[in-house]
Write a protein that binds this ligand. Structure first.
Ligand code: NAD
Ligand code: DAU
Length: 394
């Protein structure tokens, strides 16, 4: 499948409205546009919405619509002629080549991935397929397109690969934070597949000169996050008075970044990052999982003063740990701060408050997610973990 599914009614590429970026006078083609992959997922959708709020430059959005892809995330740009949604696979060269040839993007930003560590433990195959093989095929299609571009389009073209801090492995309590030169040591099928994709991106730069950029970011949270990940899962469970399943003893540490800050970092890297470079992105917000859940419970206590589930932290339940669970992630984001002047702008407690508020205000979105497939996943992941109220770690 490779078909335009969402565009403004009867708007084709050649009918985009006139505007600063709309048409070149000679070819009836937007002077520039970007191709985003995975733009119906959590971070990709936030990126597309933020991009179109800040710029007139159109976005072509290629997404396979797996369980994690959701067109409802893009409702705010429904009917917007600057957004073209194409359902398709980054691993389908014919589809990607067709899009590149037809739309001639000035940049490709690759968000598309299988992204959940627990799912990668239950079934690593899809992770290898999309994250490794898919990225390889995407890189090859992009390389073919880029090689044939005339100057100066060729020189200004960028391929930005969105990756994760998990490729660096796990830190001890006193280890220095991950920097761009930390050796790769992925521990889960997810992080191994992302590490492989990062290595390919690096090789395509060094071997073929493809102007690549790689970002390695810490844990994101915010609107539209699929509720298999810690923060939205805990918000929805707490709202419904269900147990809050904390893995192990809850002392694993993650560095949390509000998704809007991740999007602004990607915009900066795209605009001014140096080809071939890696940029680490983090929130300066290291927290133990148990502390995250407790802060979230306190936020919900405040937001829902009449809830019968208050205080929500009595729902905390320690469950069997994730196999190979990385102990601690921390990001040294001094390179992006120094070179590009980027800093996170949303404090963790404020971001959490906004996120809780967003989930409370979007019950239709939540209902849409909590379909059969979602229930199957919850059953698969938590059935073997002995979910029963337990105030102490298992
Ligand atoms: P997500 O799972 O919410 O969304 C992934 C999107 O990719 C979905 O819309 C899905 O339909 C699409 N997709 C999957 N396979 C595809 C394929 N073969 N072709 C086209 N589209 C496909 O993921 P996310 O949390 O938004 O993460 C986006 C990217 O950011 C991923 O590359 C992830 O590794 C990276 N990342 C995520 C985080 C985080 O905390 N969520 C942190 C750092 C980096
Ligand atoms: O660090 C960046 C990564 O962050 C991204 O690359 C991944 O795509 C993203 O999923 C995230 O990975 P984590 O494994 O850190 O995220 P998750 O939300 O699954 O878990 C966060 C922490 O919370 C982790 O230590 C496991 C724990 N956890 C998670 C779930 C789902 C629980 O204790 N209970 C749970 O039910």
């Amino acid at each position: 499948m490779c078909a335009v599914q969402v565009a403004a009614p009867s708007v084709s590429l050649f009918q985009w409205p006139r505007g600063r970026h709309a048409f070149t006078p000679t070819r009836l083609r937007p002077t520039s546009l970007i191709l985003v992959t995975g733009g119906a997922g959590f971070i990709g959708a936030n990126f597309v919405l933020d991009w179109l709020a800040a710029s007139q430059e159109p976005v072509v959005n290629l997404d396979k619509l797996t369980y994690a892809g959701n067109l409802a995330n893009l409702d705010a740009v429904k009917g917007d002629a600057r957004h073209v949604f194409v359902r398709g696979d980054i691993g389908d060269p014919a589809c990607v080549e067709k899009l590149l040839g037809e739309y001639r993007p000035r940049a490709v930003i690759n968000f598309a991935a299988e992204s959940h560590v627990d799912r990668s433990i239950h079934g690593p195959g899809e992770f290898v397929q999309t994250n490794l093989v898919g990225t390889f095929r995407l890189l090859e299609a992009v390389r073919g397109h880029w090689s044939a571009l005339p100057e100066p389009e060729r020189a200004s073209f960028r391929f930005l690969h969105v990756s994760t801090d998990e490729v660096y492995g796990s830190l001890g309590a006193d280890d220095p934070a991950f920097s761009e030169t930390t050796a790769y040591a992925p521990n889960s099928p997810y992080s191994a597949s992302k590490a492989g994709s990062d290595h390919m991106v690096r090789a395509w730069y060094h071997t073929y000169g493809l102007p690549t950029l790689t970002t390695n970011c810490s844990n994101n949270y915010g609107p539209f996050q699929f509720p298999e990940k810690l923060i939205p899962l805990m918000i929805l469970n707490a709202m419904e008075g269900k147990p809050l399943p904390v893995y192990g003893d809850g002392s694993n540490v993650r560095d949390w970044l509000y998704v809007g800050d991740h999007c602004s970092a990607i915009r900066e890297v795209l605009a001014r990052g140096r080809p071939g470079e890696i940029y680490n992105i983090g929130g300066n917000s290291e927290r133990r999982n148990l502390d995250v859940v407790k802060t979230l419970c306190a936020t919900l206590d405040e937001a829902l003063p009449r809830s019968t589930h208050r205080p929500h932290d009595r729902l905390v339940t320690f469950v069997k740990d994730r196999p190979g669970h990385d102990r601690r992630y921390a990001i040294d984001a001094s390179k992006i701060a120094k070179e590009l002047g980027w800093q996170p702008s949303v404090r963790f407690e404020e971001g959490l408050r906004r996120t809780v508020q967003w989930y409370l205000e979007h019950p239709d979105w939540v209902r849409g997610i909590q379909s059969g497939e979602y229930r199957n996943w919850i059953e698969t992941n938590y059935a073997g973990r002995a979910i029963r109220p337990s105030a102490t770690p298992l």
